[in-house]
Design a protein around this ligand. Structure first.
Ligand code: PLP
Length: 392
């Protein structure tokens, strides 16, 4: 989920030599993943809270051994994500699902330390299986604070009519036997002031249920590793909440863990003209950077400027046949020509995890750059079989 916030940052200029790199590919920056982890683990340490990596945003498991020490564990929203966290990351395993199927619940119990439920009917349905199980799982309810801080509707879990979370009114007369925590997720790319307002709304509606809770999970959407993020306020909010209610506090950042931690490297394939110059590149908005169309936003390309600011302006389009596979309009100092490489910044989160092989467009390879060792490791390449094997 990318905002209109300008994320071009000091790292843009720190790219390794791209000349030998095959495109399209994601080039992950290990030092950025580590420094994000350091900022987040510092927040946890200072506040006494616990931070979980939200796998929905970033799940490139080969780097887990390098970053798992910064987090208390993972949070996930499906059986397969949960398994990835359980098998590859370690630590606590938290899951939330809009609805758990009967055939899945035993496996969730086996792998999870914490499970949150999206409705009272879901909890009632699975309660006996969980409470009668030998394996102990700490269960919670996901609640809806009914407080909006997110303008883009598809990323706003508190929008009117939302299917996510239980509203306070539903909890009157509810028997909390077996429930140890409350979970809310209401933010997206927000600063700590938005959390402060959300906490006010949460406490206003749910204070009467908080006594005796073992934990409260503040969800994700905390843009902790962004330059202007107020980590001091986040630390204070967690600290105060822990003190006031005597419970553990979790946060589940996703995007913040992988913010500005990788590029999508693409190559110009052709230049054509229709009311202005168009460059066809080998990276696709719809297949490789879907938030460009969903948010929508205009990704930054290293060395580019807004249309008309530099001498040569191009509309960039992807290789699919989707008419709307448009990436944006950019200007450059030099004319683009086939073979030129373009580096889209901030492409580590909500990209690899969302990619499709739509139109047979090949998935970008995944590379890991370690600036300390000045090495580039190929984590994964993709080919025809990855397209074919998903279709039969
Ligand atoms: C998406 C999500 C997260 C992570 O959100 P970010 O915006 O990537 O920080 C955390 N918790 C839940 C329940 C989510 O759905």
């Amino acid at each position: 989920m990318k905002s209109k916030i300008d994320l071009r940052h000091e790292r843009s200029g720190l790219l390794p030599d791209l000349s030998g790199i095959k495109t399209p590919c994601y080039l992950l920056d290990l030092s950025a993943l580590k420094s994000n982890g350091e900022i987040i683990s510092e927040v946890a340490k200072e506040s006494g809270g616990k931070a979980l990596l939200a796998l929905k945003a970033f799940a490139a498991w080969p780097v887990f051994p390098e970053i798992s020490k910064y987090y208390s564990g993972t949070c996930s929203s499906s059986l397969d994500e949960t398994r990835l966290g359980f098998e590859e990351f370690g630590g606590e395993v938290h899951a939330f699902s809009p609805a758990y199927k009967d055939c899945e619940i035993e496996e969730y119990i086996r792998m999870c330390s914490h499970l949150s439920f999206n409705s009272l009917s879901q909890w009632e349905r699975h309660k006996r299986t969980i409470l009668d199980s030998e394996k102990k799982v700490s269960c919670g309810l996901r609640v809806n604070p009914e407080h909006c801080e997110v303008e883009t509707a598809i990323y706003n879990p508190c929008r009117p009519g939302s299917r996510l979370g239980i509203r306070a009114g539903e909890l009157e007369n509810f028997d909390f036997e077996g429930i140890e925590g409350l979970h809310f997720h209401a933010l997206c790319e927000n600063n700590a002031d938005a959390l402060e307002r959300t906490l006010d709304a949460f406490e206003e509606r749910f204070a009467s249920y908080l006594d005796g809770m073992k934990w409260v999970n503040f969800g994700g959407g905390h843009h902790i590793t962004r330059k202007d993020y107020d980590t001091g306020l986040l630390i204070d909010l967690i600290k105060e909440f822990r003190k006031k209610w005597g419970c553990e506090v979790y946060i589940e950042p996703g995007e913040a863990c992988a913010l500005n931690a990788g590029w999508l490297i693409s190559e110009v394939v052709d230049i054509k003209d229709n009311d202005g110059m168009i460059a066809i590149v080998d990276a696709s908005a719809t297949a490789h950077m879907p938030d460009v169309l969903e948010m929508p936003y205009r990704p930054y390309i290293v060395g580019s400027a807004k249309p008309g600011k530099k001498k040569y302006t191009y509309r960039l389009g992807g290789p699919s046949c989707l008419s709307g596979d448009d990436i944006g309009t950019y200007s450059f100092d030099c004319e683009l020509k086939p073979g030129d490489k373009l580096a889209f910044t901030d492409m580590a989160h909500y990209t690899m995890v969302k990619n499709t092989t739509f139109n047979g467009i090949r998935l970008p390879d995944i590379l890991l750059w370690d600036p300390e060792k000045d090495s580039i490791e190929v984590l994964r390449t993709f080919g025809y079989e990855d397209f074919r094997s998903r279709l039969g």
